[in-house]
Design a protein around this ligand. Structure first.
Ligand SMILES: CCCCCCC[C@H](O)CC(=O)SCCNC(=O)CCNC(=O)[C@H](O)C(C)(C)COP(=O)([O-])OP(=O)([O-])OC[C@H]1O[C@@H](n2cnc3c(N)ncnc32)[C@H](O)[C@@H]1OP(=O)([O-])[O-]
Ligand SMILES: NC(=O)c1ccc[n+]([C@@H]2O[C@H](COP(=O)([O-])OP(=O)(O)OC[C@H]3O[C@@H](n4cnc5c(N)ncnc54)[C@H](O)[C@@H]3O)[C@@H](O)[C@H]2O)c1
Length: 718
């Protein structure tokens, strides 16, 4: 809807009304069309102001309408009519003017904004382009290079930057609508020639071809197969080279290729999935809307290694005072140097300064007596963590929340070491902890709703996407990853090379294939875990070398570690590097020989493996584990798993996440392929389709947003 009224005698004020972000739904568009007509037809009205209710101008087209039958007046002619009006139209921007919202404002003759507003054309992040004239008006207003930047990245800019770029005419600290109405009165009767952006020409540039070639190279490099950024460049090129009307035709044509694409569906699904994870629930009935988080003002971090330092920085950046505890003097000294410089670099990136004195350092756990929350990040060693939790339980206030950053250890067992197990949760950060967006909040059997709510809220405050998951080995993300890694090892045994496997995964859209990633994070990490589990025994020979606990096992990773090949840190792993710590992976003939000898020793005849098999084996087994996790209630819905994989494991966003990908591929096909691979590899039990996956297929493969119903029905039968 849009409300219309006359104010200050001669100003027609149109207020968009569609909470929470005044998205341009069919009824809002109809409201605007009707109100503009009324204002232009009313002789008492000399100028018009368009604003949004509740301090938000407009969040753009209504994304929920996409994929449905479109109704109501289309945006392009609506904005055209506003621009063509013979009375000045002023956009009064508060909160956000994004996508179609900014395009609407670009159709107005003047734009006035509150200083706190954010503006942008984020359509590219939804697999689209700004198709209500955005790709044609913005370059005409602010020049091609700046428009290319905004449109291909989708980034939101502050009002100050928008003013500097020339998007805005005026920025105010006061009531924006009042200022806009006064301004509208002041321009009444003035000529509108020179105010209609569609009549502008793009500022001429000396070497347009090389500018666009460069832009194309840049987006193709960053897009990892996403098609929308490429279409955005093509649309801006049309603005720079064609008259406005033809440019609009090109914009429409390009939008038509994107609008019904699988990538647009995936990105729009992910937009809502990202928000859905905030509405968490646990099998015991705790929920986001009924659980009260506790205030956390002062926090502590125990262990200042790789993770502890990042967590300390993330907490300080969130405005908390932090007590950072490290018992090893050398590590403490290094952390005291590293943390301030990480904060400084963060400040340069984020534009905010954190006072280093918000962090105090200590060698003893006694220093955490008065904190509201502790995050333990000592070595992944249960006996050590038990001791730390016992100590914390004695030292801390009785209501202090005790969190562990363990990657896989049992949160319930750690809780049992404390006096208040209901105050223990996992806060599983990803490295580097001050940069990576994902946080798994792991609730144990006895974690209280308030404890989960507090960790979730703290994650949000740290700028993380927090996903609540249940307690099991590896939680959701690492548990699924284990299956993916195993398949990659098996593929090497069967004849693939690290290069082949990585190329398939990188062409799929991962920033790094599994072996390059393993070299980066260190092969020794998994080796230590396998050794602790009694799995990494390379003294076994014959068939038993490749079987553990009755299942197929590949000792390849263990053998590489025994050769001192830990990855980038030692300069050798699945690839070779020019020096320890080197970053550029090169093929290693040693590794290929090693694989040949290994296969010969075990009587494995290498076969030709294609990219499709790599993708199906690695991804479908990971997806299958995801279904198992849903079945067990470890994750509440597919959106949780998808958010974990996109934000924590580099799953390409334009493929929506593993569970969405399964929906796109078709659940029947996933089952059929898993069954086929299971027949070929009967000693890999995880290739058997999970019960939930089979049930979904038996239920006619409902779309992903209906999976929760099938899961719920199952749980209600238990
Ligand atoms: C052939 C056809 C031609 C078409 C022409 C193309 C036109 C145009 O170029 C395309 C677009 O504009 S594309 C659009 C380009 N625009 C964008 O990409 C902007 C997208 N929006 C945002 O970035 C953020 O929501 C804001 C920064 C606006 C507010 O942030 P915040 O204060 O943290 O709030 P929050 O938690 O984020 O959202 C609150 C609730 O609102 C919901 N919702 C929000 N926007 C929606 C929308 N447009 N729609 C529907 N719903 C939208 C959101 O889902 C959530 O509800 P949920 O039930 O919890 O899921
Ligand atoms: N490194 C990763 O990528 C990653 C990712 C997620 C979670 N984790 C988990 O985070 C935890 C820490 O991992 P990391 O990689 O930072 O390890 P790390 O070896 O880099 O650091 C551990 C630190 O804890 C210190 N420490 C040991 N005992 C202590 C005690 N009693 N009190 C205070 N400090 C103590 C050590 O001196 C060391 O500085 C582990 O549980 C790990 O599984 C690691």
């Amino acid at each position: 809807m849009a409300q219309y009224r006359r104010v200050s005698g001669s100003v027609g004020l149109i207020t968009l009304q569609n909470p929470p972000v005044n998205a341009l739904s069919a009824s809002v568009r109809q409201g605007i069309v009707d109100s503009v007509k009324r204002a232009l037809g009313d002789q008492k009205v000399k100028s018009v102001v368009i604003c949004g209710q509740n301090g938000v101008f407009c969040g753009g087209a209504d994304i929920r309408e996409f994929g449905r039958q479109m109704s109501g007046p289309p945006l392009v002619p609506m904005i055209h009519d506003i621009e063509a009006a013979n009375k000045p139209v002023v956009a009064a921007i508060e909160g956000s003017a994004l996508g179609g919202g900014l395009e609407l404002a670009l159709g107005c003759h003047y734009r006035i904004s509150h200083s706190k507003a954010k503006l942008g054309l984020p359509e590219v992040t939804l697999g689209l382009l700004p198709a209500a004239g955005g790709t044609q008006r913005l370059p005409r207003l602010i020049g091609v290079p700046a428009a290319l930047n905004l449109i291909t990245t989708g980034r939101h800019v502050t009002a100050a930057e928008a003013l500097q770029l020339g998007i805005l005419d005026h920025v105010t600290e006061h009531n924006t609508v009042d200022v806009a109405v006064k301004f509208a009165l002041s321009v009444t009767g003035e000529s509108l020639d020179g105010r209609r952006i569609s009549s502008f020409s793009c500022a001429p540039l000396s070497d347009l071809d090389s500018l666009f070639e460069e832009a194309m190279l840049k987006v193709r490099g960053a897009a990892r197969g996403a098609i929308a950024p490429v279409a955005c460049v093509q649309a801006v090129r049309a603005a720079a080279t064609l008259p406005y009307a033809q440019g609009m035709e090109r914009e429409k044509e390009l939008m038509a290729t994107l609008f019904h694409s699988g990538q647009a569906r995936a990105l729009q699904y992910f937009f809502f999935a990202q928000r859905a994870v905030g509405r968490w629930s646990t099998p015991s009935g705790a929920r986001w809307d009924t659980s009260q988080p506790r205030p956390v003002r002062k926090a502590a971090v125990i262990g200042l290694g790789t993770m502890g330092r990042g967590i300390t920085v993330a907490l300080a950046q969130a405005g908390l005072s932090v007590v950072a505890v490290e018992t090893h003097a050398k590590q403490l000294m290094e952390a005291k140097k590293a943390v301030p410089s990480m904060l400084k670099r963060g400040a340069v990136r984020g534009g905010t300064t954190i006072e280093p004195d918000s962090i105090t350092y200590s060698e003893t756990v006694q220093a955490v007596a008065d904190v509201d929350l502790v995050i333990e990040a000592v070595f992944e060693d249960m006996a050590l963590k038990e001791k730390v939790f016992q100590q914390l339980s004695i030292v801390c206030k009785p209501d202090t929340l005790l969190c562990t950053n363990t990657s896989s250890l049992d949160v319930d067992h750690l809780a049992s070491q404390t006096r208040h197990p209901e105050l223990v949760v996992g806060m599983h950060f990803f490295a580097p902890a001050h940069v990576m967006k994902l946080l798994e909040v792991v609730y144990g059997r006895r974690s209280s709703p308030a404890a989960v709510a507090t960790a979730m809220q703290l994650g949000k405050k740290m700028g993380k996407v927090s996903v609540a998951v249940g307690n099991c080995r590896g939680f959701a993300g690492n548990r699924m990853l284990k299956r993916y890694l195993e398949q990659a090892f098996f593929l090497l045994e069967e004849g693939a090379t690290p290069e082949l496997v990585d190329r398939a995964l990188e062409e799929f859209g991962f920033p790094m294939g599994v072996f390059r990633m393993s070299d980066l994070s260190g092969l020794d990490v998994g080796w230590r875990v396998r050794k602790a589990d009694g799995l990494a025994d390379t003294s076994l020979t014959g068939t038993s070398a490749r079987v553990r606990q009755g299942c197929r096992y590949s000792p390849l990773g263990d053998l590489l570690c025994e050769h001192g090949r830990f990855g980038q840190k030692t300069g050798r792993g699945w690839y070779q590097y020019d020096k320890p710590g080197g970053r550029v992976a090169k093929s290693d003939p040693w590794l290929h020989n090693f694989l040949d000898e290994y296969r010969a020793r075990h009587g494995l005849v290498p076969r030709c493996i294609d990219q499709q098999e790599v993708l199906e084996r690695c991804l479908f087994v990971l997806i299958n584990e995801g279904f198992q996790i849903l079945e067990e209630g470890i994750a509440a819905g597919p959106e949780d798993i998808d958010a974990i994989y996109v934000f924590g494991y580099g799953w390409p966003r334009h493929r929506g996440g593993p569970m969405f990908y399964a929906d796109m591929v078709g659940l029947e096909r996933v089952v059929e392929r898993l069954e086929r691979y299971h027949q070929a590899h009967p000693n890999v039990p995880y290739l058997q389709p999970s019960g939930l996956l089979r049930r979904l297929v038996a239920n006619g493969s409902p779309p992903i947003h209906k999976w929760r119903n099938v899961i719920k029905n199952r749980n209600s039968q238990l």
